[in-house]
Design a protein around this ligand. Sequence first.
Ligand code: TXE
Length: 481
Amino acid sequence: MQKILNYINGQLVEPVAGNYIDNYNPATGKVYSLCPDSDEQDAILAIAAAKAAFPIWSQYTTNQRSAILLKIAALIDLNNDALAQAESIDQGKPFWLAQKGEIPRAQSNMHFFATAIEHFASESHAMGDHAINYTLKTPLGVVTCISPWNLPLYLFTWKIAPALAAGNCVVAKPSEITPMTAYLFAKICMEAGLPPGVLNIVQGLGTKVGPALTTHPDVKAVSFTGGTKTGEQIAKVAAPLFKKLSLELGGKNPNIIFADCDFKKAVAESVRSSFTNQGEICLCGSRIFVERSIYDQFKTEFLAQVANLIVGDPLHAATKVGAIASKIHFEKVMSYIALAKEEGGQIIAGGHAVTLPGELSEGYYIAPTVIEGLAYNCRTNLEEIFGPVVTIMPFDSEEEVLQMANATQYGLAATIWTENVTKAHRVAAQIQAGIVWINCWLLRDLRTPFGGVKQSGVGREGGWEALRFFTEQKNVCIKLN
Ligand code: TXE
């Protein structure tokens, strides 16, 4: 049985206590590897290694740091298909999604910040001829990056790249549900010549290693992506210690379809935004609001396309919906389908688990599910399900749909379909969200600020925002005469 290892001080090492947890392949429901069951000792070793490496790494020029990060990006590209297969087996997503989307995005994350850092300059402000200010941007020191199981390598590198580029040393904690590609990434970093201790990866349960990674005095910042509840726990322990915090949390995103939309595009893209990655993307549009005059037509066409989505072996090219990432999450999603029925919803597509033949018979599969007839403010429409489940409902006015869309505790993303540009801008301005897509979904420019409002998180990632988060700014003012 393959043993995944921690990556500490430039070495692939066993957890100090020698304990491991089973790592499942969600497509088969079988254990296929072992993940280190690290504890506080491992976290402390990793933090110490990062601290020891910081004087060296922070003194590298941006060009030297950039060169190593570019090598890592090139090696991700070289290993794209192997990483994609590992990701698909570990997380349950279709191989083609990892191969064409997520692993190339991990490469882009590394490449983007390897080049951005070369243009992240200090600023100066002259006060007439009697004084001048300059603002230095210096790395923080040791930072921790904690990532979830839905887009494992994609989100892992999204945090690590800016942190390293800015000159910090990192202790990273991938999800215990999807440890594999972080382990393969460690090997890539060793091959690229990343100096020992600059990046350290501690595998295992967040509840076990998390507290040390979020409260240790040498940790200057915590960048977290995951559930809102866990974000709350981390904030509770890290905020009183005045650590910088970036929290990217859950979402319950509205997908608003006006009658004057490009109908064909709106339907096709709504199928994509509902069920890509089994709906396990916090940016998915899980609440579909359709203007009443086209509601029946949209619903008919939408359901026809949903019916064509093949639930299958994640490694098969025809599969559109793979396995749910874990048994626990499978049960959570199924419980929300049951709740929707209790709340008076009608299941108009899916609504059940799928049993596949042969060695996949014990895998975790759920049919793409569409539910109508629910109140906009029932639990099913307010709480994050994070699976292949969407609700659909009509609306009669802009005011009504804005009130329903903004009714949740979340505010991450929103999608608006209309060909009326004035309406698009007006509605986008009133949606409570950090990201709004108009006539598209998940179209990403890495320079843009990424993050949510309300209980979808605090802070922004991406572009200069990420580099600002991972640096301190010091203003020096010099009197000239
Ligand atoms: O979260 P958890 P999950 C959200 C998504 C969903 C959730 C899925 O909407 O709600 O994340 O991720 C570690 N101290 N987003 O269920 O449990 C844990 O080991 C320190 C939003 O995995 O929060 C794992 O590595 N760490 C996002 C990580 O936290 C702890 C995009 C996340 O686990 C910990 C993706 C603790 N006490 C998912 N407890 C966005 N907005 O971009 C757990 N962990």
